[in-house]
Design a protein around this ligand. Structure first.
Ligand code: SF4
Ligand code: SF4
Length: 188
């Protein structure tokens, strides 16, 4: 043992060094959150659970165009499209809509692909469940999420430059051509 090592052992220098480090860390601001009592404030750009949105008058925004399904890299969206007669007009709608949240990678491509901003991402992330099947969100569930977290979904669209904060969503509404009953010529 060298004289230096002997002196270090006698003077407990290593213990003093460790205590110095401990006391220094006692003054450092804590970064650990005591989840679930404490929660992070998430930015508007946060990509959480997806929801389907309605216009201000309650009409579903989705027109069943399937673009979100085509854009999804995880193939976790399934849209079944159909047509509905409304005031003499034929309107395309999504009769069924499924998103398998167990496969979603939260890339946001589906939101970007939607021409009418019918999809939005919310800050919802607490939906763990022992039943994996309940994570396949169907159309009622997606509209339920969209209605409950409408503000967050709108903030997401604004944060990603898809909508402006001060404008109504109806600006993006798709106007279906109306058909005259006599000769079926579309009136745009
Ligand atoms: S966020 Fe990405 S992975 Fe998830 S459903 Fe949309 S496109 Fe698919
Ligand atoms: S959510 Fe948008 S992209 Fe997907 S089917 Fe509906 S309108 Fe089309």
């Amino acid at each position: 043992m060298t004289i230096r090592a002997l002196f270090s052992a006698i003077s407990f220098a290593e213990i003093a060094k460790a205590l110095k480090l401990t006391f220094r860390h006692m003054r450092v601001k804590e970064v650990t959150l005591q989840y679930p009592r404490e929660k992070l404030t998430l930015p508007d750009t946060h990509r959480g659970a997806l929801g389907l949105l309605c216009y201000e008058d309650g009409v579903e925004r989705c027109v069943g165009c399937d673009l979100c399904e085509a854009a999804c890299p995880s193939h976790c969206i399934k849209v079944v499209s159909g047509e509905r007669q409304e005031n003499g007009m034929l309107r395309r709608i999504a009769t069924e809509f499924y998103i398998d949240m167990t496969k979603c990678v939260f890339c946001g491509f589906c939101v970007e692909a939607c021409p009418v901003n019918a999809l939005g991402m919310t800050k919802l992330y607490e939906y763990s469940t022992p039943n994996k099947r309940s994570l396949i969100f169907d159309k009622p569930k997606l509209y339920e999420v969209g209605e409950k977290y409408h503000g967050e979904a709108k903030a997401y669209l604004v944060a990603h430059n898809q909508e402006k904060a001060d404008e109504q969503a109806s600006r993006y509404r798709y106007r279906f051509p109306s058909f005259t009953k006599s000769n079926d010529v579309p009136v745009l």
